[in-house]
Write a protein that binds this ligand. Structure first.
Ligand code: MRU
Length: 359
């Protein structure tokens, strides 16, 4: 698939026309308002990622790529080493905003590698190469999502019920999405599914974003509370679970939005295939198992007060608010990537996936 300027400009994260800012669709305002934000400074970029104005593993990677390019244009240094030192510091700040999704550090590393591999070039030329790299990161994501969507579509049949958790649609990526990709690509091809979207407490990405994206696309979507998934499965309404991922370890364990592992356990109980769909940029072969994945802890007020007219708990009540959990690879039917569908044993087959790319 060839990516055009137009393909990039319609995405929820893109470069401004003058290429001086990153433009994002503020996901915290959806589904009620479409508000576009213009991000120029390191603080604005970090804040937008931390607040989840831009969220979803691939989308924050794309934002980091563009962000580093935008910041690179503001550094007034002619000495490449000085330029690199300043940009490295800003990239580190960006990466520290969210620790679990690997795409953020993966994209920042790619941008910094451009400088390291061209350290003898003048800063002006390095800026041009950084521009090309951030656009490449975005284009690759669009292409990877399309490939994932095609592979995912081969796993289900028309009319199937698909349950999803959190949001792994175009808003969380570039176009099509990962977990929602097969459903949206299917819709384009006249194939209909019935989708059950977990609301996804506490930040309601399923309610605010997934049901929004699917409804707008004309997909048959039913929003359910997280604790209804078991009954929906028991009723025989779900033939497959499709979820995204924030980091896949080398043994197939993977981190995704809190609650994902519970869905996987339920799916195993009811004999429903459970898939995670993600680009190869989300596979971290340097992370041996899920035990090594750092889980982001978030503000307790997301549970107590956020999204409510009145607090839902006493302010002094203790809350535990991990943003992600790790699903054990034993619960996973397959990993759907842009390079194909990976089945167990994941430790062996994930290695093969990367070996085939190198070979
Ligand atoms: O905290 P979030 O909303 O960024 O969490 C997002 C998820 O867990 C997604 O499922 C994951 O990033 C995959 S997005 C294609």
């Amino acid at each position: 698939m060839t990516v055009t300027d137009q393909d990039r400009m319609v995405c929820g994260v893109h470069l401004s026309e003058d290429e001086r800012s990153v433009i994002i669709l503020d996901q915290t305002q959806l589904p009620n308002r479409q508000v576009w934000l213009t991000l120029n400074t390191s603080e604005e970029l970090c804040d937008a990622i931390r607040r989840l104005s831009v969220r979803g593993a691939p989308a924050i990677g794309i934002c980091a790529g563009y962000g580093i390019y935008v910041l690179a244009q503001q550094i007034r240094k002619d000495d490449t080493a000085e330029f690199r030192a300043l940009l490295e510091k800003q990239a580190e700040e960006l990466v520290s905003t969210r620790p679990t999704a690997v795409n953020l550090s993966w994209a920042a590393k790619r941008m910094l590698n451009v400088i390291n591999s061209n350290i003898d070039l003048p800063v002006s030329q390095i800026r041009t190469l950084l521009r090309e790299e951030c656009i490449r990161i975005h284009d690759e994501d669009i292409q990877m999502c399309y490939a994932i969507s095609e592979y995912g579509l081969s796993l289900v049949k028309p009319g199937d019920g698909i349950l999803t958790h959190c949001n792994a649609g175009p808003l969380a990526t570039s176009r099509y999405g990962t977990a929602l990709g097969p459903i949206l690509l299917g819709k384009e091809q006249g194939i209909d599914f019935r989708v059950f979207s977990d609301e996804t407490r506490p930040l309601l990405q399923g309610a605010r974003l997934t049901s929004y994206e699917l409804q707008k696309a004309g997909v048959d979507v039913t929003l359910i509370c997280d604790n209804m998934a078991s009954l929906v499965m028991k009723n025989g309404w779900v033939q497959a679970c499709f979820v995204g991922c924030d980091r896949i370890a080398a043994n197939g364990d993977f981190a995704n939005k809190i609650g994902t592992s519970g869905v996987a356990i339920l799916a195993r109980h009811y004999g429903i295939p459970f898939y995670t769909l993600g680009p190869t940029s989300t596979i971290d072969m340097n992370c041996p198992t899920g035990d090594e994945i750092r889980i982001e802890q978030r503000d307790p007020d997301e549970i107590r007060t956020m999204w409510y007219k009145e607090p839902m708990a006493l302010p002094e009540v203790k809350c535990y608010n991990p943003a992600f959990d790790v699903t054990d690879h034993s619960l996973l039917t397959a990993i759907v990537t842009d390079r194909g569908i990976v089945y167990p044993p994941f430790d062996v087959n994930l290695k093969k996936l990367f070996a085939s790319e190198e070979g």
